[in-house]
Ligand binder design. Structure first.
Ligand code: NAD
Length: 485
């Protein structure tokens, strides 16, 4: 199996690797060097239709395979991902700009875990039955939906792509999937892995291209019955508007502006080390990053001083260097957006305590897109900087006096994806967890993930939940069968 980056990425349709029908391509750029290092298909409606037809013809057989057969194939895909860790991690880093050690430690292992988890999960999946004393018995059949669409973003490319595809396939659906056009390489390499693993032709189809060019065609396709989408709230809104009149099943995992609430009685060393991670990991480009740091007033000055000192030490630069803590942001468009948000923070009266601009790369990274870890204070809870998602290495600090004030600040947001609470008082942890308007709450930890738990957000952070049985329920239709006794 050759898992090196090709000059031209291909679509994966009906088991074959093929060029886009219109022959058009988009430049694929390494954000750490500025180099155009491959071409991505700029697919359109015609490719989506071809993918749909391939999926439809594969569906009959795939939906009838036994769960054990599906387990074997999905597990084989997981094994092949593990076997090719180095090649996949390098591809992810070259596409995305994240440190290579991070791709190796987190992104690629999680992609194989996703397949392994749902391969096993489908073997254990069960449904309800409801007895009506001596009158009748009801049982719920959960059947695959048919052809479903999976669309994913650029921040955790293979990790999030497989988080959708694996449960969809495990549940017996056939899939038309689209990775982000900004980071297509590992999804392409997954096509080759699927061929090698013996996934029957057409069961998974991977189309490359832009949101407007082919993502929207997947969503608008009248016979693609469910859409699982992770990305921006803006695109999620467009997708909901298109899908709603067709009554499609929708899972929308959208943006976040997550509070990191730090009480004075926290475990200081654990809190400060984890807060560096939750602020700047993956260049702050994780939907779960705690971008609004709320600190109890009595420890605010100490926190500020130590947090700045630690953030200053984060090495920004070449993602291939083991010492790098922060690589490049993903694209020029995003780089300009994040720098624009920092300018806005200044206009709003914020004080830049650290960073606040680009970092010049050296050597092969001279033209790379690097941004310094940036810490801002002095802004109110409802200014744009504290309300809008920046999705870069930028955090704000606010202080609070009471638990009520902390909650008020935390909940002053149109988003509700995750929150972190730092306290050693268990009663307070439970109280605050219950009152924060977010779908995922971490107490004295961050990004500690159990794949069985429901994953998703409140408010503008989305609709529905992924993970565990939630995902297998999303990718199946429940049917009640009532038998009179
Ligand atoms: P994006 O919305 O621009 O794109 C996401 C994907 O959707 C891409 O594949 C894109 O091509 C496609 N797309 C864009 N517009 C579309 C449309 N109208 N119809 C169909 N497909 C369309 O998001 P992005 O910039 O790639 O990713 C960053 C965003 O993703 C951030 O807002 C981040 O918070 C969010 N995100 C959320 C989660 C979560 O689990 N809630 C996880 C990761 C990222």
């Amino acid at each position: 199996m050759n898992l090196s980056a090709p000059a031209h990425i291909a679509n994966y349709i009906g088991g074959n690797l093929q060029a886009p029908i219109n022959g058009k391509y988009i430049d694929n750029i390494n954000p750490a060097t500025g180099e155009v290092y491959s071409q991505t298909p700029d697919s359109d409606l015609a490719d989506v239709e071809a993918a749909f037809l391939a999926a439809k013809s594969a569906y009959g057989a795939w939906s009838l395979t036994t769960t054990e057969e599906r387990f074997k194939i999905l597990n084989k895909i997981a094994e092949l991902i593990d076997d090719n860790l180095d090649a996949l991690a390098l591809a992810e880093t070259n596409d995305n700009g994240k440190p290579l050690w991070l791709s190796k430690k987190v992104d690629i292992p999680r992609a194989s875990s996703n397949f392994r988890f749902f391969a096993t999960g489908i073997m254990h999946f069960s449904t309800d039955s409801h007895h009506m004393e001596d009158k009748a018995i009801n049982y719920t059949l959960r059947q695959p939906i048919g052809v479903v669409g999976c669309i994913s973003p650029w921040n955790l490319p293979l990790y999030l792509f497989t988080w959708k595809i694996a449960p969809a396939l495990a549940a017996g659906n056939c899939v038309v999937a689209k990775p982000s056009e900004v980071t297509p390489m590992t999804a392409y390499l997954l096509s080759i892995i699927c061929q090698e693993a013996g996934l029957p032709a057409g069961v998974l189809n991977i189309i490359h291209g832009t949101g407007p060019g082919c993502g929207s065609a997947i969503v608008a396709h009248p016979q693609i019955k469910a859409i699982s989408f992770t990305g921006s709230t803006r695109a999620g809104r467009d997708i909901a508007a298109t899908a709603a009149p067709m009554f499609k099943k929708l899972s929308l995992e959208l943006g976040g502006k997550n509070p990191n609430i730090i009480f004075a009685d926290c475990n200081w060393s654990k809190m400060i080390a984890t807060t560096i991670q939750s602020s700047f990991s993956n260049q702050g480009q994780i939907c779960l990053c705690g971008s609004r740091i709320l600190v109890e007033e009595s420890i605010y000055d100490r926190f500020k001083e130590e947090f700045i000192a630690r953030a200053k030490k984060l090495t920004v630069g070449d993602p291939l260097d083991d010492n790098t803590r922060q690589g490049a942001v993903v694209s020029k468009l995003h780089f300009d957006k994040v720098l624009g948000c920092i300018e806005l923070a200044k206009e709003e009266g914020g004080t830049i305590l650290l960073g606040g601009g680009a970092v010049k790369g050296t050597g092969r990274c001279e033209d790379g897109l690097f941004i310094a870890p940036t810490i801002i204070e002095g802004l109110g809870a409802s200014c744009r900087t504290n309300m809008e998602e920046i999705f870069g290495p930028v955090v704000t600090l606010q202080s609070f006096k009471t638990e009520e004030e902390a909650l008020q600040l935390a909940n002053t947001s149109d988003y509700g994806l995750s929150a972190t609470i730092w306290t050693q008082d268990v009663s307070r942890a439970n109280r605050v967890a219950a009152k924060v308007h977010s779908g995922i709450i971490w107490v004295n930890c961050w990004l500690l993930r159990d794949l069985r738990t429901p994953f998703g957000g409140f408010k503008n952070s989305g609709v529905g939940r992924e993970g565990g049985w939630e995902a297998l329920r999303f990718f199946t239709e429940p049917k009640n069968v009532c038998i009179e006794l």
